[in-house]
Structure formats: structure tokens, C-alpha cells
Design a protein around this ligand. Structure first.
Ligand code: SF4
Length: 708
């Protein structure tokens, strides 16, 4: 039997590395980096290079399953039975309670085409904006930060800028673990350029921080104070580009008045760092050229939008944007969070980077879709959606390709909400996630290596991914499941012709072509792209309008921004503390994040033995003094708790941790002997603008468990 080779992308992080999948006799037998892919040039990290080992049929959901009554076990069903049941229940709930009584919670791991169809299903056919995604937990503060300042959700820089920069400012990102191939590019740049300075802002001394020229171990949540303090110093040191500020921005005077208050002494006290280090960071950043990279440490915060905007303020004030080696570059956590943003697959967005709150944008999308109107009522974002299930205002939820019973904050509340829902539909590739137990209907979906569509990585690069194998058993492509459901629901709601018109697709490419048309004339215009062009010329960055021969590596090179007046807007950012404060009962800060060799809830990586060689088991990392004070020794079992939950796990002494700070990796869930995972302890408080929850900080107590 011949070995086939198929070009695709790695399905883990937002670096978006190209892979070549090797398959033989209906099985994926190997994977290697695609040397032609501009994101990785053939390299893969430990996760990517073991992807073929995750293709395990026994872990897969292969057939639809259905239970008609709570308390019963789900039974295998045909696709017709399962989808008819779901359509009847959705139609009945919509008729009785209105369209906002149903909701869709989808995923940054879906392909752009899947995302597009789900968004159109909710907003175009059903008439609800209750469609949100786990990208709300990941990137929505970056979206809000870009839009507030630059006017559009478009990362202006690219990976190549790493080779041109002289100051790499990494904030809230353990790039070495979370985006490993990008980090190798940083290591290469450093080897080539001895003048390159790397600054890392992180409460933990991560591997990324350890290798930096300057580590700023700020106290949790104090990033805005840090960035405002840097701007204060840049003003004093004459490091600002006043001509750029005058020509291309608005709002600087108000910000200048604000940052006058952020004196070095005050900022050093708030952030818990040395004034001299603050000065060094300001000088390196201000001298430039400076490229900043940032991720969940900024985003997963009740000040997430301000943290993003305050960092972008520094780029605008120094004119370091739209030029080689400069600019803010948010790193997307998931492989296609960017694609989801492009199609407006969130409760607050519409197709083609349009806003739901904008009446003109709603009218444009209605015209593009051929419907009377897009509903104006705001949809529920992730936390609000599960609150809605708990209070009964939302009766049915359709979850696709994500595991909220492990990944949401305040997990006990989320599990309570799922238990109260009248109907939980779960569209999944894997049989046993923490969410599966709540599913009344399980719809088996295809996954990596079996799907066709597109993804967009952190540098706006679109790649055509292709299937190496046919779908196993009865699994179907995510977009196909949504289309099949839409036709059934349309018939039950006496809108069959509308459903036929809205969802005519039989191929993923038809969905892509329609999505492409919604971008015409917008900042992300991809009307020049097609599957054929992506196949012939390789992955491309947007914008790529009709007639273009190449995409744009950098945006705003002419100093014209996407705000109405063409000028970028300084955000007048003020420091606010974390939602939860430590106190005498809960005196320790809890942080969470990724390990190098695991991914999310470990549905894939947890099945590969060698990926446990790096870290075998979950543990809470603590400072030696905090352990000593509690008579805890390295490896002792401890109880970590607050009002939301309790976890029992070993404590490890770690030199990475500052006093009073602790860290638990995010990957383990129901595998714990006791507890649901670290997110059970995290608050559901969220940023006012981005609605992104504060998954990076809670106050906890840690107690030694005395074993008999
Ligand atoms: Fe996959 Fe990210 Fe590793 Fe690249 S860096 S191989 S995209 S996990």
C-alpha cells in the first residue's frame, strides 16, 4: 500500500506550523514539518511532531448517541434520529421561549468554514446572537485592545519582524512553552544579532523569562501600571516620536496627563520591581526598534483590554508600528482563534470584522446573507451564556469542539449550569471529555487529518488544510453537521426556503468563497484568495484583495489607521487591581498556564506517553518560604482551596515562584483524585469591554494534608 503525503497545519497553537501528514492503509503513520510553510520552515515542537501518535480510534466519538430523558444513558442513534431530535427540541424551545432561549458555544479549534456556518446558523436563521466561543477565554481582550486603539482587529506585525527588531518585549507569555517554534525563531535571531535585547514581563520566572536580558517579575495584574510607568519615563527621557504622535494619532494629551501620575517610585511599588529595571525597560523599548509579543497574561484579566491598549500606547507614542521590527503582535493561543474573529463567530461580532452594535454593519451582513435583518439584541458571551443556562433564560446549548466543563472559570457553577440545561448537544471528536457526561446528544465530528478548510495563524496567515484520511465510522465535518441541522430546523420553523438559500453548501470551498465575499473592502479583504491560489502559492497573509499578488506582512505602513479619522487613538488607561484580592484567609496568589508538552484538556496529548516525560503529574508550584511556613515538603499532598472549590495535589518547591505566588498547570481536569482542575478555583469576573474572564488570578489558601 502506497504512503500518501498531505499538506496541512498543526492543530495545536496559533503559531500555525505547516505539517506534512503521512498515511498508509487508512491510518496516519507519521508527521513532519512542512519545509515550505512560512510559519515554521519545516520545524515542529514536541507536540506537533507527535501528532500522528494521537490518531487513536478508541478515543474517538464514532457514532451519534442520544438520550431522550435525563437520568437515562445515551444510546447509539442514527444521524437522522439524532438531528431530528435536536431540531425538534430547538424548534419547540424557540417557539415557546423565543430565539434567545438557545445558544451555541463553539471553539477556536474549528476551521474558519465551520465557524462561518455556525455563526450564520445562529444569527442568520435562528435570529439570536447567542453564539460565542472558547476564544472568548483566550483572545477577546486582544480584539478589544486593537479595536480601541487602531480601529480594527488586525495584528500589525509578523513573525519576520523578530529578525529585524532590537528590543523584543514579551509580556504575559511563556513563549518557550506556549509557542515553541516561534521561540526557536527568537533564539535564532538572538544568535544572529548580539544587540537584540529581550525583556520578559511575567510574575513567574518561566523558561522564557530565565533566558531574557531583563525579567520584570511584576505582581499579578499590575501590567497597566508598568506600561503607564514606562510611558512616563519615555516622556522624561525624550524617547517619544512627537511628529508621529501629531500626524497619526489622537488622544495623547489626556494620556500624558494620566501617566504623569505614574512616577517610577509609585510604579515600582505597585508592580513590585526595581525602579532601575523600569528605567532600563523604558529605554530599550523607547530606543527600539521594538516588537512586542503578548498572550494570556494580558488577555485573561478583568483589565485585559486596558493591558492590551496600554502596551499599544507605547508603540504609538514611539512611532514603532508599521515598520520592520516593530509593532504589537498578539499571539493567538488556539490554532484558529483568528479565523473565528474574521467570520464574526462571537456574540459581539459579525462577518468580515463587523460589529454587532453597528446598525450599518448589521444591514451589510443582512444584505450579504439575503435576509431581512440581523438581530440587534446583544448575544451572551461565554460566562454570560453559562449564567443564562443556570438561571433558565437559556434552555438549550449546542457545544462544538470544546470542553467547557474543564476550561471555563468557576467550574462548579458551570457544571451546575450544564446540569440545569433542558438540552445539551455536544459535537465532539472525542468520546470522553469532562463535558460528555452532560450531553443529551453526542454528535461525532471529524478532527485533525480528516478535515478540509482554512485556518489563520497569529500573523494573519491563511493556510488551506486538507484531509489525509476519510472520516472514521460515522463522524462528519463540523460545518456539514450544522448545515444538516439548519435544513431540519428551517423546515420545522416553516422557513425551509430560507434555510435552503442560507445553507446551499456541499463543499467546504463554497463556504470559504462566501466568507471571502463578506470581506470585500474591509480591513481583512481576502477577495484575492482561493483554495487554488493557496495550493499553488502557499499560505498567504491578509489583506489579500482581488488583483493583489501577495498579502501584507505589515499593516499601517502609511500611518493610516482604521479609525474613522484615519488616526490611531491613544487609550487613557488606568491601573486597576485584580478582581480578587488576597487576604488573611486566602493569602496566596494562584496563577495558571500551559506546560511545554501538553495542550488544553489533554484529549490528544494525554494519550501520548512520551509527552509526560517533561512533566509527569500536576503539582502546585510554590516558593520555599511559603512551603516552610506551612511545614510542607517538596512532594507533599496539599489542599488548595477558596470559596469556589478545592483541589488536592502535590506541592513542588520552585525557584520560578516569587513569595506568596503559586502556579498550577491548566491541563488536568477529571484526572485529579479530588477536584475538577485549576479553573474550578478561578473567578468568573470578566473585563467590561472584552468580556474575557480573569483566568490568571485567584486568591487561595494552601494547607498540608496530614496523611495517617
Ligand atoms: Fe504545533 Fe504550535 Fe508546536 Fe507549531 S509551535 S508544532 S503549531 S504546537
Amino acid at each position: 500500500m502506497a504512503v500518501t503525503e498531505t499538506k496541512s497545519t498543526c492543530c495545536y497553537c496559533g503559531v500555525g506550523c505547516g505539517v506534512i501528514i503521512e498515511a498508509e492503509a487508512g491510518k496516519i503513520t507519521g508527521v513532519r514539518g512542512d519545509p515550505d510553510h512560512p510559519a515554521n520552515f519545516g520545524r515542529l515542537c514536541t507536540k506537533g511532531s507527535t501528532l500522528h501518535l494521537t490518531a487513536k480510534p478508541d478515543a474517538r466519538a464514532l457514532f451519534p448517541e442520544l438520550r431522550r430523558n435525563r437520568g437515562e444513558l445515551r444510546q447509539r442513534a442514527s444521524w437522522d434520529e439524532a438531528l431530528d431530535h435536536v431540531a425538534e427540541r430547538f424548534a419547540s424551545i424557540i417557539r415557546e421561549h423565543g430565539p434567545d432561549a438557545v445558544a451555541f458555544y463553539i471553539s477556536g479549534q474549528l476551521l474558519t468554514e465551520d465557524y462561518y456556518v455556525f455563526n450564520k446558523l445562529a444569527k442568520g436563521l435562528i435570529g439570536t446572537n447567542n453564539v460565542d466561543t472558547n476564544s472568548r477565554l483566550c483572545m477577546s481582550s486582544a480584539v478589544a485592545g486593537y479595536k480601541t486603539t487602531l480601529g480594527a482587529d488586525a495584528p500589525p506585525a509578523c513573525y519576520e519582524d523578530i529578525d529585524h527588531t532590537r528590543c523584543l518585549f514579551i509580556a504575559g507569555s511563556n513563549t518557550a512553552y506556549a509557542h515553541p517554534i516561534l521561540y526557536r525563531r527568537i533564539e535564532d535571531a538572538r544568535a544572529k544579532n548580539p544587540d537584540l535585547k529581550i525583556v520578559v514581563v511575567d510574575p513567574r520566572r518561566t523558561d522564557t523569562a530565565e533566558a531574557a536580558d531583563l525579567h520584570l517579575p511584576i505582581l499579578p495584574g499590575t501590567d497597566v501600571a508598568l506600561f503607564n510607568g514606562m510611558l512616563h519615563l519615555m516622556l522624561w527621557e525624550g524617547l517619544l516620536d512627537t511628529r508621529y504622535i501629531q500626524a497619526h494619532t489622537t488622544g495623547f494629551d489626556a494620556l500624558k496627563n494620566t501617566v504623569r501620575e505614574y512616577t517610577p517610585k509609585m510604579v515600582a511599588d505597585i508592580c513590585g520591581i526595581k525602579e532601575a529595571d523600569l528605567m532600563t525597560a523604558a529605554q530599550w523599548f523607547g530606543t527600539g526598534p521594538t516588537l512586542s509579543m503578548y498572550c494570556q497574561g494580558l488577555n485573561q484579566s478583568t483589565s485585559g483590554t486596558d493591558k492590551n491598549a496600554a502596551l499599544i500606547n507605547l508603540h504609538l507614542a514611539t512611532g514603532q508600528i508599521g515598520k520592520p521590527g516593530t509593532g504589537p503582535l498578539s499571539l493567538t493561543g488556539q490554532p484558529n482563534a483568528m479565523g473565528g474573529r474574521e467570520v464574526g463567530g462571537m456574540a459581539t461580532l459579525l462577518s468580515g470584522h463587523r460589529d454587532l452594535a453597528n446598525a450599518g454593519h448589521r444591514a451589510e451582513v443582512a444584505r450579504l446573507w439575503g435576509i431581512a435583518s440581523v438581530p440587534e439584541r446583544p448575544g451572551k458571551t461565554a460566562v454570560e451564556m453559562f449564567n443564562g443556562l443556570r438561571d433558565g433564560s437559556i434552555k438549550a446549548v449546542w457545544i462544538a469542539c470544546t470542553n467547557p466543563a474543564q476550561s471555563m472559570p468557576d467550574l462548579n457553577s458551570v457544571r451546575d449550569a450544564l446540569g440545569k440545561a433542558e438540552l445539551v448537544v455536544l459535537q465532539e471528536a472525542y468520546h470522553d471529555t469532562e463535558t460528555t457526561e452532560f450531553a443529551d446528544v453526542l454528535l461525532p465530528a471529524t478532527t485533525w487529518g480528516e478535515k478540509e478548510g482554512t485556518v489563520t495563524n497569529s500573523e494573519r496567515r491563511v493556510t488551506h488544510v486538507r484531509p489525509a484520511l476519510a472520516a472514521p465510522a460515522e463522524a462528519r465535518a463540523d460545518w456539514q453537521i450544522a448545515v444538516d441541522f439548519a435544513h431540519r430546523l428551517g423546515a420545522l420553523l416553516e422557513q425551509a426556503p430560507v434555510a435552503e438559500k442560507l445553507f446551499p453548501y456541499t463543499q467546504a470551498e463554497q463556504v470559504f468563497n462566501e466568507h471571502r465575499e463578506t470581506t470585500r473592502g474591509r480591513d481583512l479583504d481576502i477577495t484575492g484568495l482561493s483554495y487554488a491560489l493557496l495550493d499553488a502559492q502557499g499560505p498567504q497573509q491578509w489583506p489579500f484583495p482581488a488583483g493583489a499578488s501577495t498579502g501584507k506582512p505589515r499593516l499601517y505602513t502609511d500611518g493610516v489607521f482604521e479609525q474613522e479619522d484615519g488616526k490611531a487613538r491613544f487609550a487613557n488607561t488606568l491601573y486597576r487591581a485584580t478582581a480578587e484580592k488576597t487576604d488573611a484567609r486566602h493569602p496566596l496568589h494562584l496563577n495558571s498556564g500551559r506546560l511545554r508538552d501538553q495542550w488544553h484538556g489533554m484529549s490528544r496529548t494525554g494519550t501520548v506517553a512520551q509527552l509526560f516525560n517533561h512533566v509527569e503529574e500536576p503539582a502546585i508550584l510554590m516558593h520555599a518560604n511559603d512551603m516552610q511556613r506551612r511545614s510542607i515538603h517538596h512532594g507533599d499532598l496539599v489542599k488548595v482551596s477558596n470559596k469556589r472549590g478545592t483541589l488536592i495535589l502535590p506541592a513542588h518547591n520552585s525557584a520560578d515562584m516569587a513569595p506568596a505566588q503559586t502556579f498550577i498547570p491548566m491541563h488536568w481536569g477529571s484526572q485529579y483524585m479530588s477536584g475538577l482542575g485549576v479553573n474550578a478555583l478561578m473567578p468568573s469576573a470578566f473585563d467590561r469591554a472584552s468580556k474575557q474572564p480573569e483566568l490568571k488570578h485567584a486568591a487561595v489558601k494552601v494547607e498540608k494534608i496530614d496523611l495517617p
